[in-house]
Write a protein that binds this ligand. Structure first.
Ligand SMILES: *Cc1c(COP(=O)(O)O)cnc(C)c1O
Length: 823
């Protein structure tokens, strides 16, 4: 359904600045990066405490976007576009979504709860899609922004909606309720954990229930606390005419009584009694969470009057849900984005945006199956898909399936195959090389086989890097500095071990002002990878000066010798105002000009036009240690004195900066014009109170290679350092000190996490393997193992090993593959 701006302005009671407002738009966007933005886009400039989309408006106008919802019209661009001026862009987006929703009267399932929402949503979509045209929120789009965007994607052809609502504190659900207006309410697992943002469990449940204020039926697991909350809720909102529809493993008064039996082959048999009739089905899972999620789905099917045979037939096909888009290394230097479990139009848009944000290679291929339920006729659908693919500048399309094959002509540069097997027979002739490949297909096409084929075979240990968490941490530190203070982010040593180019790209998107690396070659590889941000090189060796100039890197100059050498080259090459950074030594005594060399520095620079002092900096030695805070203050004083002298003598006004991560936290008064964020970006703070606000970025993962049980008095590993006191179950993990795990972490000091439980490392850590005691853990070969991440954290490890998180992160060997993902 196209949206007319004229009516929007009325609904929002907003001010219009622009030409004729009788304009239909067909795309709502909040993401300035998206290549899908165009003349028919309405861009909502959202602004958070530390990120303001208004900044992107000039860029967007360049790219052809005409229509914006803003809180402030950018001064110089008043004439260049149309503006709907509102008090709050997010509130406006939500109001429009609510208005839009009110035009549709088909059933809408609203899901909330603490765990399982996304999986239940995906499973319900799978279970119900043979009979419905479903619109659902893509991935976990369940926030104050995600929900309105999901709802606005509804069209006339849909006849069932599934939307999830996630909240993190009180008063958020009210807003989501007005947008979703569910007609079937489903409360998934509520969890017992005390969530930040809520006083207690009851308040958390009460808040979530607000989604169902006007919902005719509420489905839930009948536990004491949930049931009592619901009874009160029903009384308060006068729900007598409505229905509470409950299930339980134990309570015979629940509407549906459920019991389970584990069977072989990792299946579970679920028996249920409903209206005095007993039925059953199996699911291909055994864990408690999957069982509960499947029962949540069962309840919806029962409410929609599905019979037990259909339920049984569909339930045993349930599959693991991949919750996130993941970038994997592919064959022939390709990058693969694996989104092989869904193929609706909405999630295709998201996947294409993600593909664009990677822009690692110019060449982009999309492997796409038939799109099953879309709500459109096939002709409409594939026209829209072709248009989307074109706007995203996709180099080639590989279509798999009979329907997409018959619409091949709509695409430029497209090959098609009738099915996955045909593709697999022919894939070698497609010459995949140096390109990014998005693999996106409906479940039934089994594209996981294509992923397996195109994925580079690596050993099982990976370092996973959560790109969302990096964005979160960056914003946290941005919120700590003044809006005008610039931000340099240190990406030295491969971004503290996490991976250079990918993180630099993310930072470039977030519009940080500078990147910092230790050596020239690090900067060169970023520039070669397409990074446009200015990059400061902390420790430029004289031999690399030419390369630095050639690649437009900016050297930090810390000695007269270095300065003279650089000036000599700068003169030879006839450079004009080439940016350099002057490092002052204020007490760290590592690199930098000291007080007694300042006069000569000034004399050398005075009048020189080959270079320009872009910034003056110094580095703090103890910004993280309270007992040395006096020393920090003396460093800041000295920096003030020396830098002021330099500025005055040269009559220049460069950027000044001295704070690293813990400096930002502890000495906000010394921000000058820029700060240099390092370890904090990667999720580590030296301050336990601040740590709570940061998200974990890196998770080192492996798998179990083998499990065995040894009798009492037997030993494990080199030197027989572990002696079993009793019969002990041992698991071997393929990661060792050559991967960067300190040997001191062995012999009972350290642990890994398997199935959320601690497993102590027993015996000496070997070069490529280590062994753990899993006597108390049910586990088997191939199960996931977490070496560090949420638990143990690198901070805990560092404490135990008497080192610092920096060393642990940067020690992870380059043979460990880095895998980046976004939630
Ligand atoms: C590494 C480094 C930083 C960042 O330090 P963190 O403690 O990681 O924030 C800042 N400035 C310089 C000169 C550095 O070498």
């Amino acid at each position: 359904m196209p949206i007319n701006l004229k009516s929007l302005i009325q609904i929002l009671h907003a001010k219009w600045i622009g030409g004729n407002s009788d304009i239909n738009i067909d795309h709502i966007s909040i993401d300035s990066r998206s290549l899908q933005n165009g003349p028919k886009t309405l861009f909502f400039a959202l602004s958070g405490p530390n990120n303001n989309a208004h900044d992107y408006i000039p860029d967007l106008i360049e790219k052809g976007v005409h229509n914006f919802v803003v809180t402030q019209v950018p001064e110089k661009y008043t004439q260049r576009a149309n503006y709907i001026v509102v008090e709050n862009s997010l509130t406006a987006l939500q109001a429009i979504a609510g208005y839009y929703r009110s035009h549709f009267s088909f059933p809408i399932i609203g899901l909330t709860g603490s765990n399982g929402k996304t999986i239940v949503k995906e499973w319900l979509n799978f279970l119900l899609s043979p009979d419905h045209n479903i619109i659902r929120s893509p991935k976990s789009y369940n926030s104050q922004v995600g929900v309105p965007l999901s709802v606005i994607a509804i069209n006339e052809k849909h006849n069932l909606g599934i939307f999830e609502a996630g909240i993190s504190t009180v008063s958020e659900m009210d807003k989501l309720e007005k947008i979703i207006k569910p007609t079937i309410g489903l409360l998934t697992n509520i969890g017992s954990a005390h969530d930040e943002g809520f006083l207690n469990l009851v308040q958390k449940i009460d808040e979530k229930l607000l989604l169902f204020k006007e919902t005719p039926v509420i489905i839930y697991q009948k536990t004491d606390v949930v049931h009592s909350c619901l009874t009160q809720f029903a009384a308060e909102y006068m729900l007598d005419s409505r229905k509470l529809f409950s299930w339980s493993f134990t309570d015979k008064h629940a509407d549906v009584l459920v019991s389970t039996k584990e069977t072989h082959n990792e299946n579970t048999l679920i028996e249920y009694k409903y209206k005095n009739e007993k039925s059953q089905f199996t699911i291909p899972f055994q864990d408690d969470a999957s069982i509960e999620n499947a029962v949540s789905c069962l309840m919806v099917l029962l409410y929609l009057k599905y019979d037990s045979v259909t339920i049984e037939n569909r339930m045993h096909l349930l599959y693991p849900v991949e919750m996130r888009l993941e970038v994997k290394n592919g064959i022939n230097n390709c990058s693969i984005i694996d989104d092989s479990y869904s193929s609706d139009f909405q999630s295709l848009k998201i996947a294409l945006d993600f593909l664009e944000s990677q822009h690692k290679f110019k060449k982009k291929t999309v492997i796409l199956s038939d799109i099953l339920q879309s709500g459109f006729t096939n002709d409409e659908l594939y026209s829209k898909v072709a248009q989307l693919i074109e706007s995203n500048k996709i180099t080639r399309v590989i279509g798999i399936g009979s329907t997409i094959s018959s619409f091949k002509d709509k695409f430029t540069n497209c090959v098609t195959f009738p099915n996955t097997a045909e593709f697999i027979t022919h894939y070698e002739s497609l010459d995949f090389e140096n390109e990014t490949i998005l693999i996106k297909g409906a479940r039934s096409f089994q594209f996981e086989e294509i992923v397996a084929l195109l994925e580079e075979k690596t050993h099982e240990t990976i370092l996973e890097i959560n790109l969302n968490a990096i964005g979160h941490n960056l914003n946290f530190f941005k919120s700590k500095i003044n809006p005008t203070t610039k931000m340099m982010v240190m990406v030295k040593a491969y971004s503290y071990g996490n991976g250079g180019l990918e993180i630099a790209k993310l930072l470039e998107h977030h519009k940080v002002d500078y990147l910092g690396v230790a050596f020239a070659d690090e900067g060169i590889s970023l520039k070669n990878g397409g990074i446009k941000l200015p990059i400061m090189v902390l420790n430029p060796e004289t031999t690399t000066f030419s390369a630095i100039i050639q690649h437009q890197l900016e050297p930090e100059i810390y000695s007269l010798k270095g300065l003279n050498a650089f000036l000599k080259i700068a003169k030879e090459k006839k450079l004009h105002h080439f940016p350099i950074h002057i490092k002052l030594d204020t007490g760290m005594h590592r690199l930098g000009f000291e007080d007694n060399t300042l006069d000569e520095l000034i004399a050398t620079l005075k009048g020189n036009t080959n270079v320009e002092v872009k910034s003056v900096l110094s580095h703090l030695a103890t910004s993280d240690e309270e007992k040395h805070f006096d020393f920090v203050l003396s460093q800041i004083d000295l920096f003030e004195k020396l830098s002021s002298k330099l500025l005055a003598a040269l009559d220049i006004n460069p950027i000044r900066h001295i704070l690293n991560t813990s400096g930002i936290s502890n000495f906000p008064q010394a921000q000058y014009n820029m700060v240099r964020l390092g370890i904090g970006l990667y999720g580590v703070s030296n301050d336990p109170a601040e740590q709570k606000y940061l998200e974990n970025v890196s998770t080192l993962k492996s798998i179990i290679s083998q499990v065995r049980t040894i009798p009492a008095n037997d030993s494990v590993g080199y030197g027989r350092r572990f002696m079993a006191e009793k019969e002990t179950k041992i698991a071997t993990i393929p990661i060792g000190y050559a991967d960067g795990i300190a040997r001191l972490w062995g012999n009972g000091v350290g642990f890994v996490t398997i199935k959320n439980q601690k497993a102590r490392i027993v015996g000496n850590i070997c070069m490529d393997m280590l062994m753990v005691d899993v006597s108390a853990i049910e586990c088997k070969e191939g199960d996931d193992v977490i070496i560090f991440g949420e638990s143990p954290t690198v901070i805990e490890m560092a404490q135990e090993l008497r080192t610092i998180p920096y060393e642990i992160l940067t020690s992870i060997s380059q043979r460990v593959k880095r895998v980046f993902f976004r939630q």
